[in-house]
Design a protein around this ligand. Structure first.
Ligand code: FDA
Length: 537
């Protein structure tokens, strides 16, 4: 009899998991009905959240605009037409608010955009061109960070910035760090779920490689940790982006050891000073050099002594996990053409190098890392990966096209080291062995009416670069989101459409991401212009 019951139970479970009824998207959304569903959940923790208006903002709220714009990092999205703006902005104080928001959103057919640091290059955490009505869950109040130096771990809530994490680590230890990005205002929610690389990633891998647990609210409003979400979903949210799978509340990360003394240098050369030859050598050196050494190149347009003649300035900037003396010997061996001397190098602590790469003075107080304000300019970005060195002759032509837009900046990041050792299917981030370097193309401008010109330059330049970069697919980095490489249809996602950009971001991991998505969010509730689609039946 017991055996029969068990069989019946298994049968029902199978039927339930096959027959999933997804309700069609509703045409009208009622704020009132959403609030009626959500309000009872606030009582749960009245001590922490006494004022309703602090946590929920509607389009009529006086602080709606200021909160909506508070972490917009790209002015292209500041003047968004009202139809693309959220119906509601929720700034939860407690996990139960996020759970309630998910449950009430699914019941009221309103889409969710999750915003941690707001740095999404296409504004997908706060603007919706395709999927409305929508609300923002802004995790600005989810910023607690606990560092346990003895266990060499940190618990960091998703709304914290990488600067806040670095600061908290430095408060406890001068010989620990974390391999995330260089810009302190970026949110750990978006960055870690998309990968996250910085100056020590050749030694330690990505931020996502160093995540050991996570807390997420799934589409049913349940709170899951690594054990309860299972290894598939835990795999997906390390590199596959969080926004397709749920609302990530926090990460548990493994800290890494850094030496008490690190060294930096910065050497600039113009084309007239032989930059092309140096850059050509850099391409074949920086990814093979010792993993303690990060040597990236930035190229930008600079003036010359001649009126109306521009040049390209190549900046080689480096962080070495060791003393200046060792750094100079290493480069004498592998890159003597750079002519590095001890006088070019500065020794400092790792946290001072964080200040340096963030654009601060190394003497600034560490509290500057806590400042989340950032001047938002207009910009557009794209990315590529390079597997074979570009010839000097081709570089000369690339520089000519680069010079055409004075606001253009290219960041060339060497891979290799630990990045080549980790399998490309270990986590959802796939860009590992075989890449010499990644390129980030950026173009900045300051006036709204210049937008079309600069975006036009970017598209032409990207198209020109096709010959020199990875192929089948032409790979791209999710965290440098680029809507030009494809987007889901209005209000819908389809596998075949999504695979065009999905394969660029995730390569062969795209298929597994689709399968995880189908399992954890079969009705495709968490969706956006570039979300992972569910499997087509
Ligand atoms: P935002 O809040 O806009 O989120 C980005 C995406 O993640 C959105 O789709 C959002 O919905 C989703 N998301 C955010 N939080 C989530 C959560 N808790 N749960 C589920 N989904 C969530 N990258 C890098 O690797 N190294 C670097 O050095 C830099 N440097 C850098 C500098 C500057 C100035 C910018 C603007 C960007 C970078 N980046 C970077 C890229 C950055 O890592 C990328 O834009 C991240 O997605 C930003 O994360 P935020 O949380 O700030 O953005």
């Amino acid at each position: 009899m017991a055996g029969l019951n068990l069989k019946l139970h298994i049968f029902l479970n199978i039927i339930l998991s096959i027959v999933i009824i997804c309700s069609p998207a509703s045409k009208s959304f009622s704020t009132k009905s959403f609030l009626k569903c959500f309000s009872p959940h606030l009582k749960h923790n009245s001590k922490m959240v006494p004022i309703f208006s602090e946590i929920i903002l509607t389009k009529n709220s006086s602080s709606y605009s200021s909160v909506s714009q508070s972490s917009i990092r790209n002015r292209r999205f500041l003047k968004t037409p009202s139809r693309l703006k959220p119906e509601i902005i929720l700034t939860p104080f407690h996990e139960s608010h996020v759970q309630a928001a998910v449950v009430c959103s699914t019941q009221n057919d309103i889409q969710i955009r999750v915003r941690s640091g707001g740095h999404d290059y296409e504004g997908l955490s706060y603007v919706s061109d395709h999927f409305s009505p929508f609300m923002i869950i802004d995790l600005n109040n989810f910023r607690s960070i606990k560092v346990d130096i003895e266990k060499e771990v940190a618990f960091v809530q998703a709304g914290a910035s990488v600067g806040e994490l670095y600061y908290k680590i430095a408060e406890k230890s001068g010989v620990h760090g974390f391999p995330a990005g260089s810009c302190p205002t970026v949110g750990v929610g978006g960055q870690f779920s998309g990968g996250g690389f910085g100056t020590i990633f050749r030694k330690y891998g990505l931020a996502a490689d160093n995540i050991i647990d996570a807390i997420i609210v799934n589409v049913k409003g349940e709170i899951l940790d690594r054990k309860s979400m299972g290894e598939d979903l835990f795999w997906a949210i390390r590199g596959g982006g969080g926004s397709s799978f749920g609302v990530i509340l926090s990460w548990k990360v493994k800290l890494v050891r850094v030496p008490p003394t690190v060294s930096i240098f910065h050497i600039q050369k113009t084309l007239e000073e032989g930059a092309t030859k140096l850059f050509h050598k850099w391409q074949r050196t920086a990814n093979r050099i010792h993993e303690d050494l990060f040597l990236h190149a930035t190229t930008g347009v600079a003036s010359t002594n001649e009126i109306n003649r521009k040049t390209i300035k190549v900046s080689f900037t480096s962080l070495f996990l060791g003393t200046a003396q060792k750094l100079v010997s290493l480069l004498e061996e592998s890159f003597p053409e750079l002519g590095l001397e001890i006088s070019n190098c500065t020794e400092m602590s790792w946290i001072q190098s964080v200040l340096y790469f963030a654009g601060f003075s190394t003497d600034d107080p560490l509290e500057v890392l806590l400042n989340r304000n950032m001047t938002a300019g207009f910009f557009k970005a794209k990315s590529d990966y390079v597997k074979e060195a570009i010839s000097e002759a081709s570089l000369e032509v690339i520089w000519k096209r680069h010079i055409e837009d004075e606001g253009s900046v290219l960041i060339w990041t060497p891979y290799g080291g630990r990045m080549s050792e980790i399998s490309d299917s270990e986590i959802a981030f796939p860009h590992r062995n075989g890449n010499l370097y990644g390129i980030q193309y950026l173009v900045y401008w300051s006036e709204d009416n210049e937008t079309a010109n600069h975006i036009g330059w970017m598209r032409r330049f990207y198209s020109y670069m096709e010959a020199y970069v990875s192929k089948s697919p032409r790979a791209a980095y999710l965290n440098y989101r680029d809507i030009d490489i494809g987007k889901n249809d209005i209000g819908n996602t389809s596998y075949s459409k999504a695979s065009t950009w999905g394969v660029k971001y995730f390569k062969h991991n795209f298929k597994r991401l689709v399968s995880v998505k189908t399992k954890v969010d079969p009705c495709n509730f968490f969706r956006n212009e570039q979300s992972i689609p569910v499997m087509e039946s």
